[in-house]
Structure formats: C-alpha cells, structure tokens
Ligand binder design. Structure first.
Ligand code: FES
Ligand code: FE2
Length: 435
C-alpha cells in the first residue's frame, strides 16, 4: 500500500489524520526522510569533556556513541559492531581507551577505527581490511553553544542553516549567563505508549493544555502567572518547524515572570536579567523562553531547566530522554535549586510530566479505534490569524493561545516526507540537487 500524503493533512495543517500516528508504513517513511535527514540532538559537550569521554545516545532508532577523540574532536559512532551487529558499548557513559565488542572482541578506538580483530592472522589470513571496517559514523557532527547535533545526511545544510531563526531563541537560554550551560549528570529515560509526534507537538508550545491539564498546580497556587491570559505570551514558529512559546516582557519590566518558585531561583533570575542586556541585546534580554521544540524531536522546557528527546520506538511507543540543563556559572546552591525545580515538575515523577504522559497515551489509544481512527486530530486554533511580531525573528507569531506551533511542526513533517517543492527547508533543496 502506498501512502496518500495529501490525505494526511490539509494545506494549512489544521488537521492531521490519525493514520499518521499508527501506520507502520508512515513510521518507516519518517525514519528515512526525517531521522536519516535532519540534524538530531545527541548530547552536550559537558558530557564529553576530555579525550576518551563517551556517552551513549540515539539518532532516532539508531544507537550511537558520542565520544571525545584524542584529536579533541567529537565523534558520533553507530553503536553496532561491523562483524555481527552487537552493541560495542553497553555503558551509559564513562571514559574509555577503546570499545571491545562483547561477542567476538572486535575492538574499536574512540574515533571508531577498527584496531583489533582476534585471529586476524590465523582466521582471516590477514586479509580483513581494518581500514574499511571501522564503526559507521554520522555523516556530519556539529555543536551549537554546547549542544551536540549529528545527521546521517552528508549533504544536509550546515547546523546553523538548519536551526535558522531558532538559534536566536536558543541563545536566550544557552547564553543567559556567562559560561554557557552544562548538564546535570545523568539522564532520565522512560518509555510511554504513544507516537513520538504527540510528545513533540505538545512540547512545540501547546499552551492550550496548561491551565487544564496542569490545573491542579494552579489550585496549589504554585505558578499563578502561568495560568493567566497574557497578550505578551507569544507562540512562535521560528520557520522550518522549530517553534516555541515565550513571553516578551515589557522593556520597563524589572523582573521576569515568576515561573520558578523559591527565593534562591527568583533572586538568581533577577540578577541574570539585570546583567544580560549586553549579551542578548535589547529584545533577546526581554524574551523568556518557556517551552519549544527543535524539529524533529528535541524538546525544550527552559522554565523548568530541562531539554529532552522523544526517540521513536515504533508507531505506538516513544522513549523519552530527559536532561537537566543548568547555567555553568550559577552557584552550586542555585544549580541544586534548578535540579529540584526540574525533578518536581518534569522527569518520570514530575507533577507536570505525569499530567502530560497520561494525555499523550490517551490520545494515542484513539488512533486505531474503528470509528475515531478514521478522523483527524484538530490543529485549527488561530489559523489565519497569525501575525508577524515587529521585534522578533521568525514567522507566524500567535498571540496568547494558538496552535500555530503545531501547524508549523506538521508543515515541516509533511515537507520532509513529501519533499514538497515549496519547502522552506534548505536541506530538501540541497538533497534534490544530488539527483
Ligand atoms: S559481533 Fe562484534 S565481534 Fe562479533
Ligand atoms: Fe504539559
């Protein structure tokens, strides 16, 4: 059966067929056209500080090892032995001189080169070419202010091109303070019964659900500012499917909205806000990035000091990897407060995370039902009422509450799958030029 892409969504992505969330054929096409083409987040430079440091990660379904080589460069190696495919590294992180396969002990350097093969002389008569049997690697690796990205597409545009206007918004988090950011050691990982896109389209900036799904938090009076309607809250498509929800504070505002609790964090935020005008500029210093998504699957919730990847695990499963991202220059007691804020709100036992996971699994249960499975999800809120903010980069800024961010996400998804001629994505244009 071939996929009728035109039937999956309308021109403005105000609806997306439930088939897109259950069909193995569409899932397979996503692996080819999205997870083998796009730049994917694989880790943070703070995880691989010195030669030999490594951390395991994923690019879609493909397990990878991110290493710091002896050449000081970052390498992204596919974690699968060239002999029979066994994972050569089964630790989450560490420092290694080499990776020795547990099956027959083919051994690879931290740059992926094959450096040892048992019985090379007696068994292979010295004929096995070591040079061409190293671990396969990502086609391109690059970093953006500490974040490590990789792509399997050798002709993908540069990472900076890929991020486009989103880089400006990311700067407001990654350069909020001197010294950049680092990860708190350890990654929360869990599997939920949902399609990967449902986590991403929420993380893209779904403000609509916040006062409803997370209403219990409002009743606890933890973050009342998050639940008020506010014209300075914007939903932004930074083009090519990268999106966010943010506040643009008034120039006269002396302090950011209180999205964090506790005097330590509040005082730190006020201090940073006073100092970051020069670094972020007159507009960037007023922007308060609440949540967003770098297409396809890197979610941001800077308000709770977390970034996460929604790794696809089949049409009906998603493996969430959740990281705590803090400012390197913050004092330890502030970093500790950030970590507590993160774990209280997100991560597997976070108050907000549990609300979200329940919804995403509930939505996913509907996609194969005999009647509702034939219907589409609705993403129409605010369609046709997008506007361009005069001070902000990007397009289609929705004010207050809008589903502009989900439409942007599914527009990019559709363009990746179909190679649409009107794709704004430079990657597609570059790829077409190959043929
Ligand atoms: S599978 Fe790795 S050495 Fe055989
Ligand atoms: Fe949520």
């Amino acid at each position: 059966m071939t996929i009728d892409y035109a039937a999956l969504t309308d021109r403005n992505q105000t609806r997306v067929s439930r088939r897109a969330f259950r069909d193995p054929e569409i899932y397979a096409a996503e692996q080819e056209e999205i997870f083998k083409r796009c730049w994917l987040f694989v880790g943070h430079e703070s995880q691989v500080r010195i030669p030999g440091d490594f951390v395991t990660s994923y690019m879609g379904e493909e397990p990878v090892i991110v290493t710091r080589g002896h050449d000081e460069k970052i390498h992204v190696l596919i974690n699968s032995c060239r002999h029979r495919g066994m994972r050569v590294c089964r630790a989450d992180r560490g420092n290694a001189r080499r990776f020795s396969c547990p099956y027959h002990a083919w051994t690879y350097g931290v740059d992926g080169g094959l450096i040892g093969v048992p019985r090379h002389r007696e068994g292979y008569y010295g004929e096995l070419d070591l040079e061409s049997n190293g671990l396969l690697t990502a086609a391109q690796v690059d970093t953006y202010k500490g974040l490590i990205f990789a792509t399997f597409d050798p002709v993908a545009p540069s990472l900076l091109n890929y991020l486009g206007d989103m880089a400006w918004y990311m700067d407001t988090v990654l350069e909020a303070d001197d010294g950049g950011t680092e990860l708190v050691t350890g990654v929360h990982k869990w599997v939920i019964d949902t399609n990967w896109k449902l986590g991403c389209d929420n993380n893209a900036g779904d403000w609509y659900h916040v006062p409803v799904s997370h209403g219990s938090l409002a009743r606890l009076n933890q973050n009342p500012a998050l639940f008020d309607e506010d014209d300075n809250r914007l939903q932004i498509s930074a083009a090519t499917g990268h999106t966010l929800v943010a506040y643009l504070n008034e120039p006269s505002a002396t302090m950011p909205r209180p999205t964090q609790q506790g005097t330590v964090l509040t005082a730190w935020r006020e201090d940073v806000a006073r100092r970051n005008h020069d670094r972020l500029g007159p507009v960037g210093s007023r922007l308060q990035f609440i949540a967003g998504n770098v297409f396809p699957n890197l979610g941001w919730i800077p308000g709770s000091f977390t970034i996460r990847t929604y790794h696809p695990r089949g049409p009906d499963k998603t493996e969430v990897w959740s990281y705590c991202l803090v400012d390197t220059a913050a004092p330890q007691e502030v970093k500790d407060a950030m970590r507590r804020q993160y774990t209280n709100s997100f991560g597997p036992s976070g108050l907000l995370e549990q609300d979200d996971g329940e919804n995403w699994t509930g939505c996913a249960r509907s996609v194969s039902n005999p009647v509702m499975g034939e219907q589409s999800f609705n993403y129409a809120m605010g369609s046709g009422h997008e506007w361009q903010h005069p001070e902000l980069p990007g397009q289609h800024v929705g004010r207050g509450t809008s589903e502009v961010v989900q439409r942007s996400f599914y527009k990019r998804w559709y363009e990746q799958l179909t190679g649409s001629a009107d794709a704004a994505n430079v990657a597609l244009l570059a790829r077409e030029s190959r043929f």
